[in-house]
Design a protein around this ligand. Structure first.
Ligand SMILES: [Zn+2]
Length: 365
């Protein structure tokens, strides 16, 4: 774990002793991000006594006894996990806990999504959670937070993932809807229930489409409204008797369920950054069109984030391991955060299998 040489020497007080740098917080991963010097968990995927949550996607939450989160994330957390002890922090609000202070900043990924600034011993460590740097019509725009250590997601940390402008993707989405309607088919947009759905919904409403929402998406969208998000038009809850002239939006997991299979003339559009992958046609077999609308930063934005943060140490996680190597080639002091030995379950065990499942899940959910 983050021991051993950590790249180029810097002017910072980073002395190497017994194989690791002194003066910077230790960063570990063991089914969640862990800062042992502060006994602080972030986005643990198993139950913890206390955990700081960046956003409420299922791979970032678990049944913790108490959480620290933005009010929006706390609300969605309750919807998804249930009641728990909650301490809320608004964006920009700094709270001192003695050994450290926490501040949340917008991450542009979904409603309530936050980057978490941890200040301790004169060091500023930022954990980005999942982050989208380009403007998101359904989330507060992300900011770049200056720091010493940047722990960043690297989902699309590969040069093949350079997304076209979102407006170009929205144009392609509209054109696809028109094609489907003129062909007397029901356009179905596949997008996961929290974040991507509301972004796509707003894009469709702005272009005057009538949209019908699968119940899971409807529920989260109603929470958005409850929390003050105003959409540019009305939307309906799915009713199979009322599909004509509407765009149906459903979570990707529904594509093999009767609800969609029973629509004889359906036209399936999947929205995902993985659309840029050469393997996309195989990954999304059965889908008519895959468009690169993503709620993550693309490769160029990830590099820009690394640069503009000014961080002397960059730790990548939640994605491509090779991104850290690419950053090192560019002169950054970067390392990929590997699984903590305590979290590895051996060849038969959970960790590897879980990782594979997580990737499969990420493709469609
Ligand atoms: Zn996420």
């Amino acid at each position: 774990m983050m021991r051993g040489a950590l790249g180029k020497p810097t002017a910072a007080p980073a002395r190497v002793k017994e194989g690791r740098r002194e003066g910077l917080l230790r960063v570990e991963y063991n089914e969640g991000l862990y800062l042992p010097d502060l006994d602080l968990w972030l986005d643990a995927d198993g139950p913890r006594e206390r955990c700081v949550i960046s956003h409420a996607h299922s791979d970032h939450i678990a049944e913790h006894r108490s959480i620290v989160a933005t009010p929006e994330t706390a609300r969605i957390f309750r919807h998804r996990i249930g009641e728990t002890e909650v301490e809320t922090l608004n964006y920009g609000e700094r709270r001192d806990y003695g050994r450290y202070a926490l501040t949340m900043f917008p991450a542009g990924h979904c409603l309530g999504s936050a980057q978490i600034l941890v200040e301790a011993d004169g060091e500023r460590l930022v954990y980005t959670g999942d982050i989208k740097l380009r403007p998101n019509v359904a989330a507060r725009d992300a900011v770049v937070v200056p720091c010493d250590t940047l722990v960043m997601e690297s989902t699309f940390g590969d040069p093949q993932y350079r997304f076209p402008p979102d407006v170009a993707t929205a144009d392609r989405l509209s054109a696809a809807m028109e094609r489907a309607f003129s062909d007397d088919r029901v356009p179905v947009v596949l997008a996961y229930a929290l974040g991507k759905s509301q972004e796509a919904l707003e894009l469709l409403l702005r272009r005057g489409y009538r949209v019908s929402l699968h119940g899971a998406i409807w529920n989260v969208t109603e929470i958005y409204r409850e929390l003050g998000v105003e959409f540019s038009g009305e939307y309906e809850r799915y009713d199979r008797e009322r599909l004509k002239g509407r765009v149906l939006m459903a979570p990707p997991g529904c594509r093999k369920q009767p609800m969609l299979l029973n629509i004889e003339r359906r036209y399936l559009v999947m929205l995902t950054g993985w659309a840029m992958s050469k393997s996309a046609p195989y990954m999304y077999r059965g889908v008519d069109l895959v468009l690169p609308l993503s709620d993550h930063a693309d490769f160029d934005d990830l590099v820009r984030l690394a640069r503009e943060s000014g961080a002397q140490r960059i730790i990548t996680m939640h994605g491509a391991k090779k991104f850290a190597a690419l950053l090192r080639e560019m002169g950054f002091n970067a390392e990929h955060l590997a699984q903590h030995p305590g979290g590895q379950k051996g060849p038969k065990g959970g960790a590897t299998k879980r990782a594979a499942t997580a990737i499969e899940q990420k493709l469609f959910d």
